[in-house]
Design a binder for this molecule. Structure first.
Ligand SMILES: [Cu+2]
Length: 274
């Protein structure tokens, strides 16, 4: 019995260490798992401050969070044609996308009670030139947000270290990004849809190489995914939490990339504590 208790205590302490080493995320943390072609998440979520934490098992995916108004159904979000976004009657809240390999990315928001869906509008070009969205291939998960019994706890989002304002067609940062935990508020102040896709430039490679690289380059990518704020509608905003390394990153808005909406961002070494 004592041996068993010691073993159990040992396991608990290992688990406690694993949890304490994982940086905390704000509010109710909802795990979303995506792959070719599915989205898994809870069916019911309490209202209030919520972090959607996305893990991708294979493929490249994002999880747009869409509010479904009364009189409509989540199934209507999956357009019969390859629409690259939600219909006009639905509210696009944005969401997490393209996490690092074997890692996660997240998006933090305040959820009101109602009907919602997680959906992936990433497009899959077919061999015959016929494009489908991942939503059409099964990547849609409807869920309900219920009024929380404790009133929803915190009513405010974490304070942003940096606000990224997306205009037509550029990214403006309110302050430099720093190494370590960074709360980033992404705001679409443009007149069209914009995305914030953050890539970490690999050691020995440059931001310039990252900006210029395309899958047609036939060379290994000079960068790796650090996390994406899925395309926001004009006026939309969302908060993401990143754990960054010092050095070069690049930011892309893939839908407006042909208009030059990409740039290098230098992440500064950790601020020394005075
Ligand atoms: Cu997808």
């Amino acid at each position: 019995m004592r041996v068993l208790l010691l073993v159990v205590a040992g396991l608990l302490s290992v688990e406690a260490r694993a949890q304490s080493s994982a940086p905390l995320l704000p509010g109710n943390v909802v795990d979303v798992t995506a792959g070719d072609y599915f989205l898994r998440a809870p069916d019911t979520i309490p209202a209030g401050l919520t972090t959607f934490r996305l893990r991708v098992l294979q493929g490249g995916h994002a999880a747009w969070i869409i509010r479904v108004p009364a009189g409509h159904r989540a199934s209507e979000l999956v357009a019969p044609s390859a629409s690259s976004g939600p219909p006009k009657w639905a509210t696009n809240l944005g969401g997490p996308g393209f996490p690092p390999d074997k890692g996660t990315t997240n998006a933090v928001l305040l959820l009101e009670p109602g009907e919602y869906a997680l959906i992936c509008y990433v497009q899959k070009p077919g061999a015959d030139g016929h494009t489908q969205t991942h939503a059409q291939l099964g990547m849609m998960h409807a869920f309900v947000v219920r009024a929380a019994s404790n009133g929803g706890g915190t009513r405010s989002l974490p304070r942003a270290d940096v606000t990224v304002t997306m205009v037509d067609n550029a990214f403006r940062l309110s302050a430099p990004l720093h190494e370590g935990r960074q709360v980033v508020r992404v705001v679409n102040a443009g007149h069209t849809q914009h995305e914030f896709k953050l890539l970490h430039v690999l050691p020995g490679r440059t931001g310039r190489e990252s900006l210029d690289w395309t899958p047609r380059s036939k060379t290994p990518p000079p960068d790796e995914d650090a996390g994406t704020a899925a395309t926001l509608s004009p006026g939309g905003a969302i908060t993401l939490i990143f754990d960054l390394q010092a050095g070069e990153y690049t930011v892309f808005c893939v839908p407006q990339m042909s208009h030059g909406m990409k740039r290098v961002v230098r992440v500064l070494p950790r601020r020394s504590v005075a």
